[in-house]
Each structure stands twice: as structure tokens, then as C-alpha cells.
Design a protein around this ligand. Structure first.
Ligand code: SF4
Length: 67
């Protein structure tokens, strides 16, 4: 089953860690200084997983996409 990334901008403190670790998947929205998903990854690679687990406030998670 495919996995998908979720980013809760209400929790994000704009630390810039996730786009630094994985700039293909995450980017900063400079108008609100919070991260957003740039592109859903095809697969959850170690780099994506590293960015997810490096978020200091747990704003990023992975979910199983059911379809
Ligand atoms: S690592 Fe977490 S808190 Fe930092 S920019 Fe990314 S989502 Fe926001």
C-alpha cells in the first residue's frame, strides 16, 4: 500500500529542518514561515523518513493511502 506524507502546519514552528534534509519533498512557505509539501515522494525513502523523524514538534507523519 502506498504511503503518503502529511504535514500539520498548525504544529510547524518553521525550523527549516525538513527542507534541509529533503528538499525534493519539503519546502518553506516563506509567506507564513512554515514548511509545506513540495512533492509527495513516490516511496518513503530513508531521506524522507529522516526528515519526518527529525521534526522537533512531530508535525510530519506518514499515512497509508487506501485505494
Ligand atoms: S521540521 Fe517540522 S517544525 Fe521544522 S520546518 Fe519541518 S515541519 Fe516545520
Amino acid at each position: 500500500m502506498a504511503q503518503k506524507i502529511l504535514l500539520n502546519q498548525d504544529l510547524c514552528i518553521g525550523c527549516n529542518t525538513c527542507p534541509l534534509i529533503d528538499p525534493d519533498t519539503f519546502e518553506m512557505d516563506t509567506t507564513i514561515y512554515k514548511a509545506k509539501i513540495k512533492k509527495q515522494p513516490d516511496t518513503i525513502t530513508e531521506i524522507v523518513q529522516s526528515a519526518v523523524s527529525s521534526c522537533p514538534v512531530g508535525a510530519i507523519s506518514t499515512i497509508e493511502e487506501t485505494k
